[in-house]
Design a protein around this ligand. Structure first.
Ligand code: A3P
Length: 315
């Protein structure tokens, strides 16, 4: 169920009234909680996740800033860890009939309803910055896979997505204003750069806990990165699996072309009422060239360099 304003708890309402506030991209307002920006309903879910979520050491958590390739990472990891359960990938695989978001729930949104029945090892996802993850996730030995994307493509993808999901009656957030907001850090779970840096630093400090991936690199060498993910999750492909074409089978099943053309992803909605087709747009690197002006490109690149270069990270 998609949460509504009236579902927000009294505690959250009280907290909201004390937080820095800005104009929202989708809802009227966004609020800054512990350095990051949320719309009110999601903050309600984040607070209950932080308060009650209990991680297991065997859990696998996929994390992204929204629009960094969450859907793809969910599909790949689901297919990877369940490869023995569904050996006949072309015929009766759950990804053929269910959107990846309904197979891999968000702990910062769905956990109250979905987490009781989820099988172990549990595979779930989050958009939370590292700093805001529930304590039990940080304290456990659960594995975290973080996927990020060039902020220019991330912004463009987010802009398109928000316009698709907004109610027809609501007024669009002007492109230039959205760009300003994004650059100032006011975007869902933003600032984008701090979101990325939190996981980048943790991956350097503790590479067995956090794996750090880039969408652009995965698009370039998907087979290499799928094998790396398998090694990180301690379920590497055997020589026999590789020679049977298992790596390519998973990549094909999870490809943009395959998933976006499935009936389920063309006509159905996720359990939280977003049309599945909105999660598939172009699936390419570099669409920002078609939308951003020279000034915008320079502005965003300058921020990225200023924030990332000193930490050895670049796009
Ligand atoms: P574009 O809007 O640039 O096309 P998220 O899954 O985090 O919501 O991110 C959505 C972005 O990932 C969209 O980018 C979408 O098209 C792209 N995407 C979705 N499925 C994909 C897949 N299987 N392979 C590659 N990219 C995919």
């Amino acid at each position: 169920k998609y949460l509504q304003q009236h579902d927000i708890s009294q505690d959250c309402k009280e907290l909201l009234s004390t937080l820095p506030i800005e104009k929202g991209w989708l809802k009227p307002t966004m609020h800054q909680y512990q350095g990051f920006w949320f719309c009110p309903t999601r903050l309600h879910c984040v607070l209950s996740c932080q308060k009650s979520f209990q991680a297991f050491d065997t859990d696998i958590l996929l994390v992204t800033a929204p629009k960094s390739g969450t859907t793809w990472l969910k599909a790949l990891t689901f297919a990877l860890i369940n490869r023995n359960k569904y050996p006949n990938i072309h015929i009766n695989h759950p990804l053929l009939t269910t959107n990846p978001h309904d197979l891999v729930p968000f702990c910062d949104r769905d956990f109250v309803s979905d987490f009781k029945t989820i099988s172990h090892p549990r595979l779930y996802s989050s958009h939370l910055p590292y700093e805001l993850l529930p304590k039990s996730v940080k304290d456990s030995t659960c594995k975290v896979i973080y996927l990020c994307r060039d902020p220019k493509d991330n912004f463009v993808s987010l802009w398109h997505f928000i316009n698709k999901i907004r109610p027809k009656s609501s007024i669009a957030f002007p492109f230039e204003e959205a760009f300003e907001s994004f650059c100032r850090g006011v975007s869902f779970f933003g600032p984008f750069w701090e979101h990325v840096l939190g996981y980048w630093k943790k991956s350097l400090e503790s590479s067995e806990k956090v794996m750090f991936l880039k969408y652009e690199e995965m698009k370039m060498k998907p087979d290499f990165y799928l094998k790396e993910i398998a090694k990180f999750l301690e379920c590497p492909f055997s020589k026999e699996e590789e020679s049977r074409g298992m790596v390519d089978d998973i990549l094909n099943l999870c490809s943009f072309e395959k998933l976006s053309n499935l009936e389920v992803n063309k006509i159905e909605k996720t359990s939280y009422e977003i049309e599945n087709k909105f999660f598939f747009r172009l699936g390419q690197v570099g669409d920002w060239k078609n939308l951003l002006t020279t000034d915008m490109i320079e502005r965003i690149n300058t921020i990225t360099e200023k924030k990332f270069v000193k930490h050895g990270l670049s796009f």
